[in-house]
Design a protein around this ligand. Structure first.
Ligand code: ZN
Length: 168
């Protein structure tokens, strides 16, 4: 018999989960009216933030970057599902800090032997505080994000496990 892939293992686990389906009681509206934009990094989770399933929208991408698509999600989060606070979290030792835009493009292009039109940007960055500040500016400067929505930025230290707020 071939080895089970991780996806196959997930399907087995889901079959077991569905017998109780504990999250059935949750509604689509985050109970604590919070939306978090953060990196997809494995070292960060809702557990890190003292949140449980249903508390918040968790929007993730490489870096925790405000892109056209994260804006789309945050706008839906606020206008359709009632979130009132946006939290942006970048983290120390992020993969996007160990490279540059051109480096990444060249590396993948050399590996695949072909060019591609997308993604236009990988959003590599060098200074983490500055990067968080830029994400906050992109949100604060957006005409559809009301000033009553709290927008705050943080750096998560993966070695110490602590959040540090980034001052404007
Ligand atoms: Zn990261």
């Amino acid at each position: 018999m071939p080895a089970m892939s991780v996806i196959d293992e997930v399907l087995v686990a889901n079959e077991i989960y569905s017998r109780t389906h504990e999250l059935r009681r949750l509604t689509p509206r985050p109970e604590r009216n919070l939306a978090v934009l953060t990196c997809m990094d494995t070292q960060l989770s809702i557990q890190t933030l003292g949140l449980k399933a249903g508390d918040a929208h968790i929007i993730r991408n490489a870096g925790g970057i405000v892109t056209d698509d994260t804006l789309r999600s945050l706008l839906i989060s606020h206008y359709l599902l009632g979130t009132e606070e946006f939290m942006v979290i970048n983290h120390t030792d992020c993969g996007l800090m160990q490279t540059t835009e051109g480096d990444l493009r060249t590396r993948i292009q050399n590996h695949t032997g072909t060019a591609a039109v997308a993604p236009a940007f990988f959003y590599a960055f060098q200074n983490i505080e500055e990067n968080v500040r830029e994400q906050i500016q992109k949100l604060r400067g957006h005409p559809w994000i009301p000033t009553k929505v709290a927008v705050r930025g943080f750096v998560y230290d993966v070695s110490g496990g602590r959040l540090r707020e980034t001052k404007r």
